[in-house]
Design a protein around this ligand. Sequence first.
Ligand code: XIL
Length: 386
Amino acid sequence: MQILKLLFGSALLAMMMNHATPANGQDGPSAATLRQAAGDRMLIGAAIMSRQLDNAELAGLIARQFNSLTGENEFKPDSLQHERGKFTFAAADKIADFAQKNGMKLIGHNLLWHQQTPPWMFVDDKKKPLPRDQALANLKQHIDAVVKHFHGKVIGWDVVNEAISDKEGEYLRPTPAQKAIGDDYIIKAFEFAHAADPDVQLYYNDYSIEGPGKREKTIRLIKELKAAGVKIDAVGIQGHWLLEQPATQVIDDAIRAFADLGVKVMITELDVDVLPRQHAGADVSATQRSVTDPYKRGLPPQIQEKLARRYRELFELFSRRQGTVTRVTFWGTHDGASWLNNWPARSRTNHPLLWDRQLQPKPAFTAVIEALSDRSAPASSAPASR
Ligand code: XIL
């Protein structure tokens, strides 16, 4: 043993013998964790897939670092009710159990989206929109069963995901639900969710809504929902961002504008894409062919630093808006588990998160911890007013 210790060093040897976790049982150079650094000022979460919990090392990191979880795919309509009336809750339940055992909050993503939703809900066999009443009945049946199933386990639902159009001059996206039901499908979805569980929080979630065009449409939507007497607790800004854009000032303006309407703001799907791509945003159908994969062998130090600086600035902003920004959720845990390895182009090597593929914390992790720990940032716990 002494010889092995000399050869490998005692810390490394401990790691080799107990390969489930690094020697100090932590995920960084210090004992710091995101959940400790955030304290009770905001929830810090990650999106996960249930099978990731079978990896003891990753499951340990998730439980130590985060105080909330979102299912990356397994709470979506197609996962829960691919066939009408046949509910498949096992994978989502596994995430719910893990959250409960580890004292973590759980967020439901999502009740209605134009992606990953089974066709039977809104179109007939010929792909024609169903009659309004039938589509509404399908929507109600799904939302009712799912929200009730997770009663007491899920604290809040993304009720509608990505309803706002990316196109200039078009308000709502023409989705199967919108075509079958009409523009009030959003109001109906919120009403069905509220009726199924009056205590659960209800969110509207979308990407690029911090940018001026979609921001104005989001403001219109929140106002319309409120005018219709609908309960809406928060707006989720997805936060699939790039190294340089959007500017933090743009994000801050949106946070304040939404808060002025009397809703909380959550950053629900945060990641920072370091690879070249043709457009910003997160339209999952906007894939691209041209593939450049420049950081296959790792992220060059100067980009690593740029990423850390970007994360530091973002979390300084979120900290300044504490009380308004009540949750930040990363869309994944480590770089190897990010959807950005396969979108907008397939099979690339992206580095958008706080841990690398070996589960080692990156400089961006330290930057986030430091930004969250800096209590000198002027508090703005009152809803921001302008
Ligand atoms: C993505 C998942 O990360 C992928 O695994 C899946 O193949 C497609 O969906 N906006 C959302 C999320 O609201 O649900 C999407 O998640 C990413 C963009």
